[in-house]
Design a protein around this ligand. Structure first.
Ligand code: ADP
Length: 191
């Protein structure tokens, strides 16, 4: 089963993936996890951009995100055939939402992700931007970044609804959130 966890930075994705992995293993499942962007050749370029080492246009970044994911499709298939679960930290919803929030044409953004393997279930960890900012203890409260984050959260919500992802209130304890995710997966498994 391909399980995807999405949400803005600091929404608790990696915390949930770690907890979920342990819980699925405890209940007898085999689990593989990884996150996008990867640390592979194209993913590395994305991080170099975010670290300020290089500067790409938004369109170039979209292409890098696309090839980073497309070059992992065979590996995703491989993980799915050898395991009960593959848990992904960010995938096509994040790519689409960040793209349109940065002004990329929706049609093009959709075309870029159109050949990627569909998740069996996607979760959006929805967190108020104020709480995400508090978790990050962001010193730079740049107004435009803040507005962009709010717009990104709205686009996540709207798109998750459209795509049938399960929207999770992430402003609760990690174990409450994990219960929601875990039992949804168990239900889908025919639990
Ligand atoms: P992400 O992977 O989405 O960026 P993380 O899982 O790394 O988020 O969590 C970001 C920060 O918030 C970490 O310091 C983590 O310990 C904390 N955190 C995660 N889940 C919760 C929660 N439910 N409530 C409060 N803090 C949380």
């Amino acid at each position: 089963m391909l399980v995807v966890i999405e949400g803005i930075d600091m929404s608790g994705k990696s915390t949930q993936i770690k907890m979920l992995k342990e819980r699925l293993i405890e209940t007898g499942g085999t689990v593989e996890t990884f996150h996008f962007p990867t640390k592979l050749i194209f993913g590395k370029e994305i991080y170099r951009h975010y670290n300020g080492e290089v500067s790409y246009t938004q369109e170039e970044l979209e292409l890098l995100h696309t090839i980073d994911k497309m070059s992992c499709q065979a590996y995703i298939e491989h993980c799915l055939s050898g395991n009960d679960f593959l848990l992904l930290d960010r995938y096509k919803l994040s790519q689409f939402v960040y793209a349109i929030s940065q002004g990329i044409d929706e049609k093009w953004a959709k075309a870029l992700i159109s050949r990627m393997i569909e998740p069996d279930i996607g979760f959006l960890l929805d967190l108020p931007v104020e709480e995400a900012t508090r978790r990050k203890e962001m010193k730079d409260k740049n107004e435009s970044n803040y507005e962009l984050l709010k717009k990104t959260r709205r686009n996540y919500f709207r798109t998750a609804m459209e795509w049938g992802y399960k929207i999770i209130d992430a402003n609760r304890s990690a174990s409450e959130i994990n219960d929601d995710i875990f039992y949804t997966i168990k239900y889908l498994e025919g639990y």
